[in-house]
Design a protein around this ligand. Structure first.
Ligand code: FAD
Length: 478
């Protein structure tokens, strides 16, 4: 019996045979990254039911020297969940909401719970869990923590790191760290949970967490604004922030090309403004203050912005159904790009004061590099985070276009780096940006990351080859 077949027998004995998948058709969906950029390989997909079973699997793999790649919803966008060899540890069965505590405003959930389920559980108690991503129906809390997910609520509530109070983690040797604290104040030594948030499965397997809840807004208003340029978007953001403070809960940027392709591929969604504009912003104000009127506040703020010349046209929704339609325009933007052929993507952030300069410089440089290129630069403008995506020129062969990814990385990432920004704003490093991190990362910071990895996972068995590890060749691109 080989080490791997012996391991699989042990796992099947403990978890039950139907939770150790080896048939090619069963494991196939776990081998491919969401956008289809990489295809990996795995001995098996293993589906433990609880923390004890996760600890058993990790300890058994450590003994056998077999690598583990954790997976939640497999919606990650940097190839972080792609295995090559080893086993996929699928956390989907750890999906319980263990407790909701409105007094301390916390929720305790297992790693495989879907983000949408956690939002619904909070809502059922009259509370808000504010992390919000277009993938929320498929992604898991474990994946959100492991990638330090961002999304549309960061402006008001912060990213996943800001929303976590405690963690339970299975370490590389199979021991369980019980850090499931709900304390708001706890300075007893190093804050270990933050090591695991954003570590993309390379330092430990997150099995449960205590998360922060917030009061549910009593009033919210959503508007769609036509703008002449990124610079007027920045002026509008500044004006709205000044007027609304923390009640400005979203400011999303959509270029004309982005709105055009959403409306082309999702004809059921209504066109929000009659005329064409160079750019658009989806803005949201919401408040928990009793008696406050978000709609009235947004109307006043947008009227002032029109008077000051920042805004060409604007519409404010009159109903929650219209609010959801406007949000659908933004949420469909990621999906519809794939219907326009190959897409080269960059998830970057720059200091807010440079965001208009960044957009002007990067768009000009990319368009000059390849005539016919269609730039779809959109996203969480208020966080300084742009998804700087490039759709292939019409008629170009997709594979030939995707081969240019490195060439455009250099153009976009050099500009970002030169402005003091980050080449990885919210999706993480995974496989796709591993070499970029080495190129742009601070050498001392990289050294610290490698030392942490070596200390917590000395045999390089947890998601090897991702973030900073230097291991065998990546799986072949599709
Ligand atoms: P997976 O894809 O399964 O895993 C992601 C990484 O985390 C992998 O490295 C994996 O090994 C590791 N991991 C997973 N679970 C665990 C665990 N329990 N313990 C340790 N490591 C683990 N992201 C944003 O930040 N903002 C967005 O606005 C956003 N929009 C998106 C829109 C679409 C349409 C899609 C498809 C994705 C989007 N994403 C976004 C990316 C993705 O949804 C998030 O990264 C999400 O947090 C991943 O969760 P998941 O459960 O799918 O994780």
């Amino acid at each position: 019996m080989t080490a791997s077949s012996d391991l699989l027998s042990r796992l099947a004995e403990r978890l039950g045979e139907k939770h150790v998948l080896t048939a090619p058709t069963d494991i196939a969906p776990h081998l491919v990254e969401w956008r289809g950029l990489f295809r990996g390989s795995a001995l098996a997909v293993v589906r433990p039911a609880d923390t004890d079973e996760v600890a058993f699997v990790v300890a058994a793999c450590a003994e056998a020297g077999i690598a583990i790649v954790a997976q939640g919803g497999n919606t990650g966008l940097v190839g972080g969940g792609v295995p090559w060899g080893g086993i996929v540890l699928s956390l989907g069965r750890l999906s319980r909401i263990r407790a909701v505590d409105p007094l301390s405003a916390t929720i305790t959930v297992e790693a495989g719970a879907l983000l949408a389920e956690v939002q619904a559980a909070a809502d059922a108690q009259g509370m808000l869990f504010p992390l919000s991503l277009p993938s929320e129906g498929s992604c898991t809390i474990g994946g959100n923590l492991a990638t330090n997910a961002g999304g549309t609520g960061v402006l008001a509530y912060g990213n996943m790191r800001d929303l976590v109070l405690g963690l339970e983690v299975v370490l590389a040797d199979g021991r369980v760290w019980n850090g499931l604290s709900a304390l708001r104040k706890d300075n007893a030594g190093y804050d270990l949970k933050h090591l695991f948030v954003g570590s993309e499965g390379t330092l430990g397997i997150i099995t449960a967490s205590v998360l922060k809840l917030y009061p549910k807004p009593s009033s919210r208003a959503v508007g769609f604004v036509g703008l002449s340029s990124p610079r007027t978007a920045l002026a509008l953001f500044e004006a709205l922030r000044r007027a609304a403070g923390h009640d400005l809960t979203a400011f999303e940027y959509i270029p004309r090309y982005g709105l055009d392709i959403v409306l082309r591929h999702r004809p059921a969604l209504p066109r929000p403004l009659t005329g064409d504009h160079a750019a658009y912003a989806l803005v949201e104000m919401s408040t928990t203050r009793p008696g406050a009127d978000a709609l009235g506040d947004l109307e006043v703020a947008l009227a002032a912005a029109i008077e000051n010349g920042f805004v060409e046209d604007a519409v404010i929704c009159a109903s929650e159904a219209q609010n959801l339609n406007l949000w659908s325009l933004r949420e469909n933007l990621s999906d519809v790009q794939s219907l326009e052929g190959g897409s080269i993507k960059h998830d970057v952030s720059v200091p807010l004061a440079r965001i208009a300069d960044f957009l002007d410089a990067a768009i000009a440089a990319c368009e000059a590099e390849m005539p016919g290129l269609r730039v779809c630069a959109f996203g969480h403008f208020g966080d300084g985070n742009i998804h700087f995506n490039l759709s292939q020129p019409v008629g170009m062969e997709k594979a030939a276009f995707l081969k240019q990814w490195g060439r455009f990385n250099r153009i976009v990432h050099d500009i970002v780096h030169g402005m003091g920004g980050s080449i990885a704003a919210e999706h993480g490093i995974g496989l796709i940006k591993r070499d970029e991190l080495v190129r742009y990362g601070d050498p001392v910071g990289l050294d610290l990351m490698r030392r942490l990895k070596a200390a917590l996972d000395p045999h390089d068995l947890l998601n090897p080859g991702k973030i900073v590890a230097s291991s065998p060749n990546p799986p072949p691109a599709l």
